[in-house]
Design a protein around this ligand. Structure first.
Ligand code: OGA
Ligand code: ZN
Length: 517
């Protein structure tokens, strides 16, 4: 057999079954036309290259592209957490910006939840993530105090961490809770990563972990119109023993077999004690318009108690993870705009905003700075650095207005880190150091301070004032320190409303030539 370019040596039956030629796989939809029984178990490969495979049954086919699919529901595909800052989304951005939608969907899959602000209603949010799972509670359900509660959620009692509806098979894999009002004292929300807790149990008490992964327990819900039961272990594993699903709900758990109680109770208790550890819980407060979307097979939710007379009203609904994974995969097919297009949009959009107390816009300021660099004969990377030095003002979480109001937005670092996705250090590092360069020049060149604009003098104070001797020595040792000082001087020149600014596209070829990745 001649074999070139194919790694690792594949099994002949596997190759025959996965043959990618148009007779074996319908080119219109990629679906396989063959059944496993169509392959001779004794088939051999006669010839194999990257583009062609000849089999002993006479078929001339095409080797498949090998994509190592993996189960994205198991612990290995997740970022486990204890206390984290909740990933936050914004509904208006979710609707208009595919990148933001991608962030939110990805957060539910990898972190286990996302907290969205400005959501009009729970069904609209559910439609953004997939499809509502209708249940005996309806397409949505109200969570507020009721006179005759069929569920403790409809009282003001505190609720310990739990997953919802473990009595359903299949269990709803996603839950949404949307807040209409929450004007009570208490009624705060908490989330716990059940996968992290299960992994801790496995490490701290392997026998308890073994019991909870192997003892089927029944959960049950009954009211006048429904009677639901499901029987499963509390911690579900995949066939390779990895954590895949957690069901935990003290309210609906039914008695285990009496003969299993001696092993079950210590294990159940050990898991509960981990799940209830305050240091594992993320806590936040839902206000009107907030909606938390979470993986109900992994993340447990809880709330603190509140007075039953107060005004607190949530609406919930269920949905499923498969649609989120699908939506994310489709979103990721979109062509990602390249560096030049993204930067052009930045200059044409947020860049047209005022530049912190100067008489020019952010974009004009950066274009003028680049023009100064070019006129001084700076190398292309330094011209690009001059052109892009302030992008951190509109890519960071904290704005330039916060900087003027006294919070250092570290825009030099934010901008340099952000640009690092495309450009190398000759572009990013002078940008990272351009604020330090101002503090440096103020220390070594007394005349320099006088050149600064009023706004620049103001931000200097917020940024730490002139450098001390040790900082000066450290700055002079920086490989890109000299470039940063040159950039800094052009930066100070590029604030002149009377001077014409070049167009962004004058620099587009230069930028394109510097993109490294
Ligand atoms: C629920 C629930 C939490 C809350 O309805 O499933 O757990 O904050 N509610 O009221
Ligand atoms: Zn609940």
């Amino acid at each position: 057999m001649r074999q070139t370019d194919v790694r690792p040596s594949p099994n002949a039956v596997w190759l025959r079954d996965n043959c990618a030629c148009p007779q074996c796989r319908d080119p219109r939809n990629g679906q396989k036309l063959r059944s496993v029984t169509d392959t001779d178990p004794g088939v051999r490969v006669v010839e194999l290259t990257a583009a062609k495979v000849v089999f002993s049954d006479g078929h001339v086919g095409v080797p498949p592209e090998v994509t190592p699919y993996a189960d994205d529901r198991i612990e290995d595909a997740k970022d486990l957490w204890a206390r984290i800052d909740p990933p936050c989304g914004d509904w208006a951005a979710f609707e208009t910006d595919p990148a933001h939608r991608e962030f939110c969907l990805d957060a539910v899959l990898r972190v286990g939840f996302v907290l969205l602000r400005g959501v009009p209603d729970v069904l609209t949010a559910a439609a953004g993530f997939g499809y509502v799972r209708e249940t005996n509670y309806g397409r949505l359900f109200d969570v507020r105090v009721e006179a005759t509660p069929v569920n403790l959620a409809f009282t003001g009692l505190p609720i310990t961490p739990h997953t919802d509806n473990p009595y359903r098979d299949p269990v709803p894999t996603v839950q949404l809770l949307h807040c209409l009002s929450n004007a009570v004292e208490g009624g705060d929300s908490g989330l716990v990563d059940g996968f992290h807790a299960a992994a801790l149990l496995r490490a701290e008490d392997p026998a308890a972990f073994a019991t909870l992964t192997s003892t089927p327990v029944t959960f049950r819900y009954a009211d006048s119109g429904a009677e639901l039961t499901a029987t499963r272990p509390m911690i579900g594993l995949d066939p390779r023993g990895r954590i895949r699903e957690v069901r935990f709900n003290n309210r609906s758990l039914q008695p285990v077999r009496p003969e299993e109680a001696d092993a079950f109770y210590p294990a159940y208790r050990a898991f509960a004690e981990i799940l209830y550890r305050p240091e594992l819980q993320v806590t936040f407060r839902l206000g009107p318009g907030d909606c938390v979307v979470f993986d109900n097979t992994r993340v447990l939710h809880a709330r603190t108690g509140f007075a039953d007379t107060g005004d607190r009203h949530l609406q919930g609904c269920y949905a499923d993870l498969d649609a989120i994974a699908s939506g994310l995969a489709v979103l990721r097919r979109r062509p990602v705009p390249g560096a030049v297009d993204t930067l052009r949009a930045l200059f044409a959009g947020p860049g047209t905003a005022d530049y912190l107390g100067e008489d020019v816009t952010q974009a004009v300021h950066m274009l003028q700075t680049a023009a100064c660099a070019k006129a001084a004969g700076a190398p292309p990377a330094l011209v690009a650095a001059a052109l892009l030095h302030d992008v951190g003002h509109f890519t960071g979480e904290i704005t330039g207005h916060d900087l003027m109001a006294g919070t250092d937005n570290r825009h030099s670092h934010v901008g340099a880190d952000w640009l690092g996705r495309w450009f190398g250090p000759a572009v990013t590092e002078p940008i990272r150091l351009h604020v330090a360069a101002k503090r440096y020049l103020c220390a070594v060149d007394p005349a320099y301070y006088e050149v600064l604009s009023e706004a620049s003098k103001h931000t200097l104070r917020v940024q730490g004032g002139p450098m001390d001797a040790a900082e000066v020595a450290a700055f002079e040792a920086e490989p890109y320190g000299r470039d940063a000082v040159r950039l800094r001087r052009w930066d100070d020149e590029g604030k002149d409303p009377a001077r014409p600014a070049p167009a962004f596209d004058d620099f587009a070829p230069l930028l394109a030539s510097l993109v490294e990745r």
